[in-house]
Write a protein that binds this ligand. Structure first.
Ligand code: ROI
Length: 162
């Protein structure tokens, strides 16, 4: 069964509550008790559009869902939590991005995995490393090679238990 990694991001409508609710929805997709969730990190928006800071995290779990079925399930969770697709770089109540699906490379009209931006985004890499420090990406790059000191100081960890 593949292990999958999902990035969570929210910057509207009580981001901490959005992430908590999303984590509980993700637990229903996870096989057994395989769900792992990183701490929540506060991050400055990566955008030219002025908007509030984000709360970001990464979750990982084993799932029997095929990639597109998993994408549907993630989009259903986003929609349930009031996600409205507006500006591409605008604020959002909840974003769930499928980062990795086992070691697979997927190129479908609706889904590109590994996620195209993940190797350059500290708000993805730092939470990912918190739960999978020894991860090797499908392109064979060790995750640890992508993390640098600047990223670690840039992202204040919100010491939130979940
Ligand atoms: N910026 C941050 N810091 N965190 C996000 O989750 C995030 N998500 C987005 C864009 C608008 C690219 N910027 C972000 O979709």
């Amino acid at each position: 069964m593949p292990r999958v990694f999902v990035a969570l991001g929210a910057n509207l409508a009580n981001p901490k509550a959005q992430l908590d609710k999303a984590v509980s929805a993700l637990s229903t997709l996870a096989q057994g008790d395989s769900l792992q969730v990183s701490p929540y990190y506060c991050s400055a928006p990566m955008s030219d559009v002025a908007q509030p800071d984000y709360l970001n995290a990464v979750a990982s779990f084993d799932t029997q869902l095929a990639p597109l079925a998993l994408l549907d399930a993630l989009q259903a969770i986003e929609n349930t939590q009031g996600r409205v697709r507006k500006a591409r770089w605008g604020p959002r109540t909840l974003d769930l991005d499928l980062l990795l699906y086992g070691d697979e490379f997927i190129n479908e009209p609706r889904l590109t995995v590994p996620h195209y931006g993940m190797k350059a985004r500290s708000f993805v890499l730092v939470p990912l490393a918190a739960i999978a420090p020894d991860l090797i990406l499908p392109c064979k790059t060790p995750l640890s090679h992508l993390i640098n000191e600047n990223m670690l100081v840039e992202l204040p960890l919100l010491g939130i238990d979940h």
